[in-house]
Design a protein. Structure first.
Length: 343
């Protein structure tokens, strides 16, 4: 395994982070524990979860994923060897079953209280805001419309998180599904008011979704905010199984076809080109896709997910794949022709 350090902290994390959002829905508790056992044996020490998980989110199963992690931690007694990242859900209809109070001080406190109980621990290493409270471009939205109802509360949020850091219940903070303006506002407030500094940003990044490079990559590198890249496999689309027609019946997009962010015609065309590059260079498309993300200088860790051990082994194994300059040039040729087909 390879490791990096969460910026501006002393928290060492594996370059591969184990995502968990299928546990408790597509995967059972036993399967979640099996994935954790295998990943830890391979040197992975970083686990990603959220109060929202598993997805699709419903009131009946909300928080079940973190409970599965909690029972595993309790069984193994290895909390001090594991780095856990979790997230408070943003506001909206999708999360009304969790709360309707956004990122207020009470909401943050209540969210951490509940998550600590589920995880059976007394601290969270990295606590993140799952998406902005304001209505802005996220989850692949292209057009922009100013949210005139939202009132700036960056300072208030950071003060609330500061209290949690000082209490020892969280060690560091991050943001997710955020843009460059929001990222810089958090950094500005932390600098001007001696508040906790955002250490990471968890955004979508893959061969099909390279919009992070347009402006956030420079923010990440110059301001030392590490990208935790989610959906590096684009919901499994970048395994090639859908265009090959060999996806299992329990594959995510077969079970939940509404998750179509990465499944348009242009994305499918791009995947065919990337598959050809991988096969011409004796790699699986999955490992090439993950290796591409792993090699980016602004990426602190790549969040992988799997519904079975075969997928998990292949995904974790990508850490040993190094793409040559020639392969990277071929990838960029496709990207220049079909940029960001699934933002």
């Amino acid at each position: 395994m390879k490791y990096s350090t969460i910026p501006n902290t002393n928290i060492k994390v594996s370059k591969i982070c184990l995502g968990s959002m299928t546990w408790g829905n597509q995967n059972t508790e036993a399967e979640g524990h099996q994935q954790l056992d295998y990943a830890i044996d391979q040197g992975v020490n970083f686990i990603d979860t959220a109060e929202l998980y598993p997805v699709p989110a419903t009131a009946e199963i909300s928080g079940r994923t973190s409970k599965i992690i909690g029972t595993w931690l309790n069984k193994n007694g290895n909390r001090d060897k594991i780095v856990i990242g979790s997230k408070i859900a943003g506001s909206g209809d999708y999360t009304a079953h969790i709360r309707t109070t956004g990122f207020s001080q009470n909401a943050i406190k209540e969210a951490i209280d509940s998550e600590l109980e589920r995880l059976q621990t007394d601290y969270i290493d990295l606590y993140q805001l799952h998406w902005p409270e304001r209505d802005t471009n996220r989850f692949g939205v292209r057009s922009f419309k100013l949210d005139t109802k939202w009132e700036d509360n960056f300072n208030e949020i950071l003060h609330s998180l500061d209290s949690e850091v000082k209490s020892g219940r969280i060690r560091s903070i991050g943001i997710s599904n955020e843009n460059s303006w929001g990222t810089m506002r958090y950094l500005e407030e932390s600098k001007n008011h001696n508040l906790p500094r955002v250490a990471t940003i968890q955004n979508a990044y893959s061969l099909l979704t390279r919009t992070f490079e347009t402006d956030l990559a420079e923010v990440a590198l110059r301001e030392h905010v590490g990208l935790l890249a989610y959906s590096p496999m684009a919901f499994g689309v970048l395994s090639g199984k859908y265009i090959k027609g060999n996806a299992a019946d329990n594959a995510r997009l077969k079970l939940f076809p509404r998750f179509a962010r990465y499944s348009g015609e242009k994305a499918e065309e791009a995947v065919k080109h990337y598959l050809r590059i991988a096969e011409d260079n004796s790699m699986s498309l999955a490992q090439m896709s993950l290796a591409f993300v792993n090699q980016q200088p602004f990426v602190t860790s790549t969040i992988i997910g799997a519904t079975n051990l075969k997928q998990l082994k292949e995904n974790i194994g990508s850490i040993h794949v190094v793409l040559s300059d020639e392969v990277l040039e071929q990838i960029n040729e496709v990207h220049n022709t079909m940029p960001n087909p699934a933002p």
